[in-house]
Design a protein around this ligand. Structure first.
Ligand SMILES: [Zn+2]
Length: 62
């Protein structure tokens, strides 16, 4: 297995985590329900991906 060349120091991993938190999450509009969702993910609102329903979303009805 490939091994990392250098140890990731505590400081470096913390700096990376801070950057991940500061960067705004990339969101795209779902073509089916038009909610904002992360790209290349199944829509959590309607369960559609690439024009097909891949996950059944059970909505709670009151
Ligand atoms: Zn959707």
């Amino acid at each position: 297995m490939a091994q990392p060349k250098k140890k990731t120091t505590h400081s470096r991993s913390r700096m990376r985590k801070i950057k991940e938190k500061l960067d705004p999450l990339n969101l795209v509009e779902c073509p089916h329900c038009h909610n904002l969702i992360p790209p290349h993910k199944v829509c959590p609102y309607c369960g559609y991906y690439e024009g097909k329903e891949v996950v059944k979303i059970e909505t709670k009805e009151k």
